[in-house]
Ligand binder design. Structure first.
Ligand code: HEC
Ligand code: HEC
Ligand code: HEC
Ligand code: HEC
Length: 475
């Protein structure tokens, strides 16, 4: 009887489970929901959006085209948008020429939104969009900064609103880029930016005069917007950097760097004498103590990117990351600080010792009314904390601590042999003569002919917060 029962069970269960598998297997479930998505789209979306055909002027459409919807959006954003959980993107209405107020978008249930999202990813694929044309996992913070500059210099903000950290800025004619990194797939944005009229012709769109590399930077920048935990690539942490070879770097130094920096790093290459400022004298620098990220950035992206002379070219495209890593390995092995002679000369006039108190100070004075400025911000805990964050980490191109020291004592890793040395902010005797306005002026404009560079892209508010932080170091 037992056996009979077993047979009976298996006899029934086998076809039944095949059927169950067929109905509920991931593939069939997916296909079922793609079909449901397609039906929903036909019924609910087609009256306004187009899902096939050539790109057309916005002035002839009712709503943005969606034939590339599967390439364009992140699924998470799309499902949220369709459930009414996202803000509208066209603040002046998609068809502003028809002067209607923007209306709330159609809202769907979670299930329907998910079915439609699946239909999008399966069926609305634009073959012009190449996968992985831009590898975001290799996008560096410096590239983000350069992309932001391009965004500003090429008027992108004139038509696309962004959140600059404190407020919403820019024009509202076209789609908002607030939280754009959470909405778009990078490949689509990159393809769009390569030639906007391929997607939105005769729509008020704009073709920018930007190089291939610049296009990568500005696209990557857009993809960081709203993504607070964006993970920037740090080449100096990568394996190729760790296994760099000084012998290859030596050859590179000869072929590319010695024309300015000289065969032995004495700053006496054939191009050097005509350049002001002069190429750095590597032989007098302790490059072995320079932070790796700083060296990488100055060699890969050039002097201008880190606030130094544009006469120091950007070498990234010529040497590639490996070449840059190799030449850094060579420099770190070779340039370990000035000869004894140079050291004693500087020691004799007391000029190079970091951290003295009081400190010899020859900094020129800020113009009258600026010199008298008082810090407009309260020394609240929050402001001081923000100031500290900038001072120790966020200030671009180079955090202040690298020169002024983590504690503000003027003994940062780069302070070694700097003439004049960085200001020692913990020294009350020196700091009592320096007004808020004076500090603001020097941070904004730099101190000419010294290593104190201009932080002219840093926001005023951040500068005042740093000054609050600096002030309380000497108490
Ligand atoms: C009554 C017309 C109308 C209907 C129906 C409609 N939409 Fe829209 N849709 C719009 C308008 C207008 C916008 C631009 C809104 C804005 O400012 O963000 C838009 C925006 C969108 C966007 C963002 C476009 C972008 O990239 O800027 C998506 C995605 C979208 N709709 C999908 C759908 C789907 C899917 C359906 C059907 C379930 C649908 N819409 C139904 C009018 C409509
Ligand atoms: C003069 C106004 C203007 C300027 C300047 C401008 N754009 Fe646009 N942009 C548009 C218009 C119009 C569209 C098409 C939007 C539409 O029809 O839905 C667009 C669309 C886009 C889109 C696609 C957005 C989407 O969701 O469909 C991207 C990406 C974009 N622009 C990037 C840029 C970048 C990068 C810059 C600066 C180099 C820039 N734009 C400068 C007007 C402008
Ligand atoms: C065309 C001339 C030129 C060439 C070629 C050149 N540099 Fe420079 N370099 C400069 C100048 C000028 C500066 C000084 C910038 C300043 O002080 O504003 C500099 C500064 C530097 C610095 C010091 C940055 C600092 O913190 O003071 C490093 C490191 C450096 N260059 C590395 C290199 C390497 C590596 C190469 C070869 C791959 C190279 N340079 C090729 C002109 C050049
Ligand atoms: C590359 C090294 C370096 C970096 C990075 C640097 N400084 Fe300086 N800083 C100096 C040097 C050198 C001086 C002395 C200049 C002088 O004597 O005129 C100085 C002077 C100053 C002074 C004194 C001005 C005066 O009138 O005495 C202030 C304030 C200051 N820095 C603030 C900052 C802040 C804030 C940052 C970061 C946003 C920063 N510095 C980053 C090297 C640096």
């Amino acid at each position: 009887m037992n056996n009979y029962f077993k047979k009976l069970k298996i006899g029934y269960l086998l076809p039944f489970s095949v059927l169950v598998y067929f109905i509920f297997s991931p593939d069939t479930l997916f296909a079922a929901s793609v079909d449901a998505g397609e039906k929903l789209v036909d019924k609910k979306c087609v009256p306004c959006h187009r899902f096939s055909g050539e790109a057309k002027s916005r002035f002839t459409l009712k709503a943005p085209d969606l034939m590339w919807g599967g390439n364009k959006y992140k699924i998470s954003w799309l499902t949220d948008f369709l459930q009414g959980k996202e803000k509208l993107l066209y603040l002046k209405n998609y068809r502003w020429d028809q002067t209607r107020k923007p209306k709330k978008h159609l809202v769907l249930s979670k299930d329907d939104a998910q079915s439609i999202a699946k239909y999008f990813t399966k069926s609305l694929i634009d073959p012009r969009v190449k996968k992985e044309a831009l590898d975001l996992s290799r996008f560096t913070q410096m590239e983000g900064t350069l992309g932001e500059q391009i965004f500003k210099e090429h008027s992108c903000g004139a038509c696309h609103q962004i959140n600059d950290g404190e407020k919403l800025v820019g024009g509202q004619q076209s789609t908002s880029f607030v939280n754009a990194g959470k909405r778009y797939n990078v490949d689509w944005v990159y393809r769009f930016n390569s030639h906007p009229p391929d997607f939105a012709p005769h729509s008020g769109e704009f073709v920018a005069d930007v190089s291939q590399e610049g296009l990568r930077f500005v696209t990557g920048y857009i993809m960081t917007l709203g993504v607070d935990d964006f993970k920037f690539y740090e080449p100096w942490e990568d394996i190729f950097f760790k296994s760099a070879r000084a012998d290859r770097g030596k050859q590179i130094y000869k072929e590319y760097c010695s024309q300015c920096h000289g065969a032995t790093g004495k700053g006496d290459g054939p191009a050097a004498s005509d350049l002001k400022p002069n190429p750095a004298i590597h032989a007098n620098m302790a490059l072995n103590k320079e932070p790796e990220d700083y060296l990488y950035n100055v060699v890969y992206y050039g002097g201008k990117a880190v606030g130094k002379s544009p006469y120091m070219p950007y070498w990234g495209l010529t040497l590639k990351p490996q070449g840059v890593a190799d030449v850094i390995a060579y420099m770190k092995k070779t340039f370990k600080g000035p000869s004894l002679e140079v050291k004693s000369e500087q020691a004799a006039n007391g000029s190079s010792q970091p951290g003295l108190c009081p400190q010899l100070r020859k900094t020129s004075q800020a113009p009258g009314d600026i010199h008298k400025l008082k810090n407009p911000l309260e020394p609240s805990k929050r402001n001081i904390k923000k100031g500290k964050l900038y001072f120790t980490q966020k200030a671009k191109p180079l955090a202040c601590k690298h020169c002024h020291g983590l504690k503000g004592d003027g003994k940062g890793s780069k302070s070694f042999n700097m003439v004049p040395p960085p200001r020692n902010f913990t020294c009350a005797a020196t700091m009592k003569d320096i007004t808020d306005g004076q500090m603001f002026w020097i941070i904004k404009n730099g101190s000419p002919n010294t290593e104190m560079q201009a932080y002219n892209t840093t926001k005023d508010k951040s500068i005042w917060q740093m000054i609050l932080y600096i002030r309380q170091l000497a108490q």
